[in-house]
Design a protein around this ligand. Sequence first.
Ligand SMILES: *Cc1c(COP(=O)(O)O)cnc(C)c1O
Length: 447
Amino acid sequence: MAEIEYRLPQKRELVTSIPGPKSQSLAERRAQTVAAGVASSLPVFADELDGGVIKDVDGNQMVDLGSGIAVTSVGASNPKVVARVQDAVAKFTHTCFMVTPYEDYVAVGEKMAQLTPGSFDKRTALFTSGSEAVENAVKIARVRTKRQAVVVFDHAYHGRTNLTMAMTAKVMPYKQGFGPFANEVYRVPMSYPFRDPEGMTGTEAAKRALTMVEKQVGAENVAAVVIEPIQGEGGFIVPAEGFLPALSSWCRENGAVFVADEVQAGIARTGAWFASEHEGVEPDLVTFAKGIAGGMPLSGVVGRAEIMDAVHPGGLGGTYGGNPVACAAALGALEAIEEWDLVARAQEIEKVIREELGSVAESSPVVGDLRGRGAMIALEFVKPGTTEPNPDAAKQIAARCLEQGVAILTCGTYGNIVRLLPPLVIDMDLLRDALGVFAAAIQEVGA
Ligand SMILES: *Cc1c(COP(=O)(O)O)cnc(C)c1O
C-alpha cells in the first residue's frame, strides 16, 4: 500500500469542548447572516483539513468519516490537487468552454471514457453539480429516445433542482413546500434486501419494479431508467445481486436509456472505479460528481457516443460547466487515485470497518444491518427485536461520536442510518481509533 504523507498530524485531539468558543461565536454571526434553510451537520467551523483530519477554528482535531459527503476522497488538500489548481488558476480562471475551449476539459473526458465501464465509443459533457449532471442525462435520454417518461426508485436521491427534486424520493427536507414538481417522473420499488420479503432475489425485485413500469407507464414511453447502483442519501442500500443487470437488460430490450447515477458511489468510493462494476453492468450513461475533483465543483455525464451525440450543438452546456480550475483539480485527483491505488485502499477500509464493527453490529440489539461496499458502509438502526426504524439511536450515536471528535453523518428515508464515508487517504490507525469510539457509542446506546 502506497505511503501517504500528511501535513497535519493524523490524530484525534480535543482541546476544547465541542463546539469550542470560536466556533460558538461564528455560529452566532452565522445565525444573523446565513439563511436558516441551509443547515450543517457539525457545530464546528473548519480551519484546515488534511487526510482524515478536520482541524476546527479552536484547534480541535476531529476524525473525518464523511469526506464532505463523499467528495474529498483524495483528501481536502491533496498536494496533487493543490498544485494543479494553483497552476491553473494562475493561468486563467474561466473562459467558458462554450466560448473558448481548453485542453483540461478534453483530458477529463478522455479519462472518464477510459475509466467508466464498457469499451464502446463514449462522449462526455461536464457540468458543475451532481443535480445538473442528472438533469442533463435526462435531457440527453429524452432527445435520443423521443420519449418523456423517467423511471426512478424508492429511497432515491438525485438532487435539489426542480427536475431532480421530482426524482428524489424523500419529502423532508428535500421537497417539502417546494412543488409543483416536474412531471413524467415515475417511482417504482427498489430492491432493499433488509426490508424486502425474506429471500427475494434481485431478479424478482426487478420483475416487481418492471411490471409496474409496464402496467403504469408503458415500456414504449420510457426515455430513461435512472438508478444509483448503491443508494446514497436513501441509506446506502445495496440492491440484491441481479437487480441492476435485470434493469439494464430491460432497458436494452425496450429502447430505454439506462442511467447509473454514480454521483456518490462512483470514483473509487466503493472499491471499484464505479459501483456498476460490482455487477458487471455497463450503463448507457453514467453521471459523476462528488469524488471527481478533490472538492472542486465539477460533474458530468459520460456514455455511449450515439446517445450523447443525439443532442444538437448548443443544446448542452452552462456558463461554468467544466470550469478550467475544476478540470485541473480533477486531473490531479484522478492521478492521486491511480498512483496511490485508492481503489485498493477503499477495499482495505471496508475490511477494517468490518473488523472493528462486525462484532458490535452482530451483538447490539439496535443494529439491524451492516451493509455497503468499500469506503461506503452504513449501519441501519432499529428498535430492539424488530425491523422498525430507530432514528433516535442513530442521532444519539452520532452525537456521542461528535462529542469525542469523530465526525459521522446520518442518512436514510427514516433517518435511522449512520453512514461511513472516510476519505480514501485516511490513515488506518486513525480510522481504527474513530471506529473504536463509534463502536463504544453503539454499545452504550444499545444497552
Ligand atoms: C449528491 C447527489 C446528487 C446531487 O449532487 P449535488 O452536487 O448536490 O447537486 C445526485 N445524485 C446522487 C446519487 C447524489 O448522491
